[in-house]
Design a protein. Structure first.
Length: 434
């Protein structure tokens, strides 16, 4: 898959029987003759000839993304680091075991409420905002989570705005009462689980060394049984030590998780758990195996909530094309326990992503960031067919370690484009579902 997904042209890519055009992230099914002719052109590297062929096929359109960076975008999402402390000792943690390399601290209530006010400062009726809670382990500061949520919901109701809420937790402090609160407010709850049983425990133990899996499952069970407005998902950080993706996803789906997603560990403060080329290639093979099971189940009318492929197929169907990998530093910012703003939750305490404080966004720093991080300013992105789906890769990971996962990302997207054509033919109705 890695060889098949290697970039041959920034203008076009072939996957399965599909022609993928980065400009607009458009997918076209083509016949064997057209495929063969395009394949030869891509091998030639003749961009003029490739452009002429695309124009002859009637699929060439003017560039939809230019070099102009986003400037002073409206803020519509915030993540609050309500607890810069944690009760687990995950050695790979980007937050350096929860405290971001500084003194352990909780976010004071006034800082959280000021952040909420910032989020709603220029929101118009009918718009949507998201407030998320992270750490460290956010449930260490449960009171602030609840007060900020209630404040946001009150303002949203007064202004005719839709507010959504999310939390990422290690699950060890979850209670049934938390579940009732999350259900009442329609939270998206993400629990970090890195495998089943001992596999998880080897990566996510308490600081004293004891495993956390049994406690997490016991705490999560009431939420899994009662989720309606609330959605309880699992996020798996993949390292070379837990490359057992099918067993993990099948078990977590059977336990009732709303969805399961995998994310490779690409940059950790200590280097512990980082994925090398061999591990990423193994992960890609297993991701594709999970994707193929998703395809089989979907065509059979069964649910298989593999978040990575669900998100990829829907983004491809929408024609998502973007000059950034996510909203970090733009419509989405992170807030430290002290009230400092960062490009995202991963940049809390990191001057590289500093963007003011809850009193005011530093638009000068923000706009400089957005100009520097635009995908057209990144190499080797400009020659890559996946650049507008990928957006140049996670800012934090790229700045910390470089683009170590390009082959993995392209391999996964190559598979997803082929899967998109197959699913669209077999189950076109699926794309109309929410």
């Amino acid at each position: 898959m890695i060889a098949a997904s290697a970039p041959r042209s920034p203008s076009a890519h072939l996957a399965g029987n599909a022609l993928f055009l980065p400009n607009g992230s458009r997918v076209f099914e083509i016949d064997d003759e057209t495929f063969a002719s395009l394949d030869a052109l891509l091998d030639s590297g003749d961009e003029d000839a490739i452009g002429q062929r695309l124009r002859a096929l009637g699929v060439d359109v003017p560039p939809l993304i230019d070099d102009v960076p986003v400037s002073s975008p409206p803020l519509r999402a915030l993540s609050l680091a309500v607890a810069q402390k944690c009760n687990l000792g995950c050695t790979y943690c980007y937050a350096q075991q929860g405290d971001f390399g500084g003194a352990a601290k909780n976010m004071p209530l006034d800082v959280a409420l000021d952040a909420v006010d910032l989020l709603f400062r220029d929101v118009a009726p009918g718009e949507r905002v998201n407030l998320s809670f992270l750490g460290g382990e956010p449930l260490i500061n449960r009171m602030v989570i609840r007060a900020a949520t209630e404040r946001a919901e009150k303002i949203a109701e007064e202004r005719g705005v839709r507010a959504t809420f999310s939390i990422t937790t290690n699950g060890t402090l979850l209670t049934e009462d938390d579940g009732a609160f999350f259900e009442q407010h329609g939270f998206a709850v993400t629990i970090s689980i890195d495998g089943i049983g001992d596999v998880h425990d080897a990566q996510r133990s308490f600081k004293g060394g004891n495993g956390s899996f049994a406690r997490i499952m016991a705490n999560a069970a009431p939420l899994l049984a009662t989720q309606r407005r609330m959605q309880v998902s699992a996020r798996v950080t993949v390292t070379p030590r837990n490359l057992v993706l099918r067993e993990t996803i099948d078990t977590l789906i059977a336990l009732g998780f709303h969805s399961v997603g995998f994310s490779p560990m690409l940059a950790s403060p200590t280097g512990s758990g980082e994925m090398d080329d061999a591990a990423l290639e193994s992960m890609l093979d297993q991701m594709i195996a999970c994707g193929e099971e998703f395809e089989r189940r979907l065509i059979a009318g069964q649910r298989y909530p593999f978040a990575n492929i669900v998100n990829a197929l829907r983004e491809i169907h929408k024609g998502t094309h973007r000059p950034y990998p996510c909203g970090a530093g733009a419509g989405y910012l992170g807030v430290s326990a002290d009230g400092d703003l960062a490009a995202c939750h991963r940049f809390v305490g990191d001057e590289a992503g500093a963007m003011g404080n809850v009193a005011a966004i530093d638009r000068t720093k923000q706009n400089a960031w957005l100009a520097e991080r635009h995908v057209h300013q990144q190499e080797p992105c400009n020659s890559c067919w996946a650049r507008y789906l990928c957006g140049g890769g996670c800012h934090h990971e790229v700045l910390a370690r470089g683009r170590t996962a390009c082959d993995y990302v392209r391999g996964w997207l190559h598979y997803c484009i082929g899967a998109y054509s197959r699913v669209l033919n077999a189950r076109p109705d699926w794309f109309g579902e929410p």
